[in-house]
Design a protein around this ligand. Structure first.
Ligand code: ADP
Length: 502
């Protein structure tokens, strides 16, 4: 580490490969590495979930933090470890009563939020705020604390009360999840009473941890320029649009990158065959065959030739899964397309997908669950990727798709609008087209975009051109990491794609 390197404390609730439920895990698994590569001195703090503790080898106890919980004082042990997948030390907040339990970081096995989530993430945030002030006398004092999503929203709020403190940056990865809890929780957790106001964390009779980050952080970022503008409007703001609009001077949209070591079609360890922009076939075809073989005993030439449309993701309304369910029967009737879908989420969507797969066993392939290797194989083996999200802060899957020569079909919103260029006359001519975009939020427009994609699929030379354009794009983190580094350094908190004040 360079002497004088900027010290950044990263605080988050998940990080690939240790713990991941979605895009946040991917981002925290890669952005700190890009910052480290850019010369920053990083520490990452995560909660000590059972599944995470199991993956740690040698740990050192840095000390204990006693902080206020819901029923009294909670004692958290702070551990340090050097994990082989991380280029910097990992700090873990080990508090067994709150984090040593099976399953998902946020929900229990029955899919409901853990009932003590307010306490879990308030305690985690309190400990992180203490670490940001080096209360354990470790001798490492961060200049910047970068926190992520509602689980860490209170860190900036706790620090704002301190006379001397590091600069705080809060990133919104998805405004739809606000960390909303009751007034009773606020009282039980003995949160500072001056926070209880519409100018503080109060929100519709309860309080929002995410709002804490927006109000109290020195700079707020979100993960694409378009989403940064969208969340200042009632349609996307989840009731926080007015607040965000009033904070536009400190709001920045910085597009996520992807981890091009984990997601690289030329080296991906989950793929049976590799490929690159200069030589897409036969590698891609071999992956398509392997993907089909997962679901069919012996895929024939017709199956290999037919367009294969993939989808990976959470099965929730945000992702437009209802539009996909409405579009598939139409396409099954009028085309020879096949579909492969991987995901989990709302039971009703899982059941509808499973039923459709049972009705069309040779054309609709569905896997309910979470399966990292299959996600990679779908990105590599499908021809097109459906991502008709109603809103999408950034979205990673469309970038993985572009990188893997799997043309994305997306709704024009958030990060999808910032990364996918619709194939039309002009963009085909100037060779900027890399996918298919629809801009009316309904099934008819989605179907129209798919039909346009199927038309181009029948023109192999044109299809290859689009694949190459997507595969040659640069989605690495270095440009975004530069934006973050200049944001950390700027005293006025202005960098990246800052919005102009209204
Ligand atoms: P979000 O964060 O809203 O869920 P993103 O597109 O930003 O959506 O990121 C989702 C990440 O989670 C991607 O890496 C995607 O491959 C992964 N993912 C989502 N669902 C599954 C699943 N069922 N199995 C494997 N990976 C999944």
């Amino acid at each position: 580490m360079k002497r004088g390197a900027k010290k950044i404390l990263f605080v988050a609730s998940e990080a690939y490969p240790l713990v991941k439920t979605g895009g946040l895990g991917d981002v925290i698994g890669s952005l700190p590495h890009a910052l480290h590569a850019g010369g920053a001195d990083i520490r990452l703090v995560l909660p000590g979930y059972r599944s995470l503790l199991r993956q740690l080898d040698q740990v050192k106890i840095l000390g204990w933090c006693d902080v206020r919980g819901a029923e009294g004082i909670v004692s958290a042990r702070v551990l340090e470890t050097h994990h082989p997948d991380l280029a910097f030390p990992l700090w873990v907040v080990d508090c067994p009563t709150l984090f040593d339990r099976p399953g998902n970081p946020y929900v229990s096995a029955n899919g409901h939020d853990w009932p003590d989530n307010a306490e879990r993430f308030a305690v985690f945030s309190r400990v992180a705020a203490l670490l940001a002030q080096d209360v354990l006398d470790i001798g490492w004092q961060p200049e910047v604390v970068h926190t992520h999503d509602w689980q860490t929203g209170l860190v900036a709020a706790f620090l704002a009360d301190q006379p001397v403190r590091p600069k705080t940056v809060f990133t919104i990865h998805n405004l739809a999840y606000s960390g909303y809890f009751s007034h009773g929780d606020f009282v039980r957790l003995q949160l500072p009473s001056h926070w209880w106001s519409s100018e503080g964390v109060e929100f519709h009779g309860g309080f929002s941890m995410l709002k804490g980050g927006v109000v109290y952080a020195d700079a707020v970022t979100t993960v694409s320029p378009t989403y940064a503008a969208e969340i200042c409007t009632p349609a996307f703001g989840y009731g926080l649009d007015g607040l965000l609009l009033s904070r536009q001077h400190k709001l920045h949209g910085i597009l996520n990158g992807i981890d091009t070591v984990v997601w690289n079609p030329a080296t991906d360890e989950y793929l049976p065959a590799h490929f690159s922009p200069g030589r897409i076939q036969p590698g891609k075809r071999r992956n398509k065959q392997a993907l089909l073989e997962r679901f069919l005993p012996q895929p024939d030439e017709a199956a290999l030739k037919a367009p294969l449309l993939g989808m990976v993701g959470r099965l929730v309304e945000q992702k437009g899964i209802d539009w996909v369910l409405a579009a598939m029967p139409v396409l099954l009737a009028e085309t020879d397309a096949r579909f492969v879908l991987l995901g989990s989420g709302q039971i009703a969507y899982e059941q509808k997908l499973t039923r459709l797969a049972r009705q069309h066993p040779d054309r609709v392939f569905v896997e309910i669950g979470y399966d990292e290797p299959l996600a990679h194989l779908i990105e590599a083996g499908a021809d097109m990727f459906m991502m008709p999200s109603r809103f999408e802060p950034c979205g990673l899957n469309q970038m993985y798709s572009l990188h893997y020569g799997t043309l994305p079909i997306v709704f024009k919103t958030g990060g999808l609008a910032d990364t996918v260029v619709d194939a039309n006359k002009a963009t085909l001519k100037d060779a900027t087209a890399n996918g298919f975009v629809f801009d009316t939020p309904d099934v008819a427009a989605f179907l129209d975009a798919i039909r346009r994609a199927l038309d181009v699929y029948r023109k192999p030379a044109q299809w290859r051109g689009l694949q190459q354009t997507g595969m040659r794009q640069s989605f690495g983190w270095s440009e975004s990491a530069d934006h973050y580094l200049s944001l950390y350094s700027s005293s006025s908190s202005r960098s990246g794609h800052a919005l102009e004040p209204a």
